[in-house]
Design a binder for this molecule. Sequence first.
Ligand code: PMP
Length: 416
Amino acid sequence: MEDRGFDLENRLATLEENELKRTLSPVDRVAERGYFAQPCGSELPVLDSEEALVFASNNYLGLTDDQRVQNAARRAAATVGTGSGASRLVTGDTMVHRDVERLLAETKGAERALTFSSGYAANVGTITALEPDVIFSDELNHASLVDGCRLADCETVTYDHCDPDSLRAEMAARAQRAEASTDSRSGSKATPDGETESWLIVTDSVFSMDGTVAPLSEICDLAEEFGAWVMVDEAHATGLYVDGGGVVQAEGLEDRIHVQMGTLSKALASQGGYVAGSDDLIACLVNEARSFGFSTGLAPPAAAAASEALHLARHSDARERLWENVTHLRDGLETMGWDVPGESQILPIVVGDRRDALALEAALRDRNVVAPAIRPPTVPDGECRLRIAPMATHDQADVVACLEAIRAASEEVGLL
Ligand code: PMP
């Protein structure tokens, strides 16, 4: 079996040879600036639910409201500044960036992590920097992964949503085509310049509009069979599974997944994106991810807030409370007669028609529950839905109120 992975060592060596390799300065140099975010610990405050109950936020652990997270952002603003002032490669690198990256790497079981100014920038920058020859992409992947594939300007093959058989069929067909074209050139390699093609499989772990969870272990089996790399977007999973990790950690797949990406903007209550992986991967991204090098470093308060939130995701009972709410809501919706797909914290109520979705949204809003209708282009036409997402800071009474509102609204609109 030919190795279809990426020879980053060689690429980094070439950069070095040509005096083009850049590195972030050693941690002690950054530490001289004297700021280190310290996680602290007491109880999470309960969400104030007087006005309307929001049941559609990505603030899954409710930590944007948490005093400790807010204080971490305030401290960083007061000591490091409100902005980075430049790219991390110029003067924008601070200890708060290093702190959150260290914690992310530890949580994700990776050698290193690197933050970007958004999850979107992390996806686009990473896929283009890898320069794959062929990408295999789940048909329902997030737009930022899709845009990364487009910008990478290579062959992108989509496979059926969360379907390893479809992925296997596409990879086998592609391998056969590569072999056939190799034979016709009577060489043993597949790219025009005689190199073995590099293949990348990209998938969300938790799909944001469907609540489905990718079959990561089967995807890793296929990647290993065909010699490809795997990149997983854990935007909707980071912070929610074992020890504050994502699905990759829940399934113990750290060593089989080459690129673990996620955002700081959802459960981690802040703004920004990250990639965790090997030393070589991060060194490659520092040098070649254009959305990293040519963009101002993450704002220090955002980095510090994410550090504190990640600490709380790992060490408080917020995750437990979220999953209790998820079970309560899912059971209630199913008892009511809604078929709720997926197995994550995202509970889609698929109504189909966009007018029905808007009517259900309005009827819920009349009952003080906020859950906006999701319509094209976010989901295919005819598959409009409400995306119900509980938070750790909802209490039992909030969940009961949400369920009662959904029952009454669904009946009013004629959907139940
Ligand atoms: N990936 C997924 C799966 C997402 O849902 C999102 C944001 N909705 C992103 C990436 C982009 O993250 P950010 O909002 O931090 O740019």
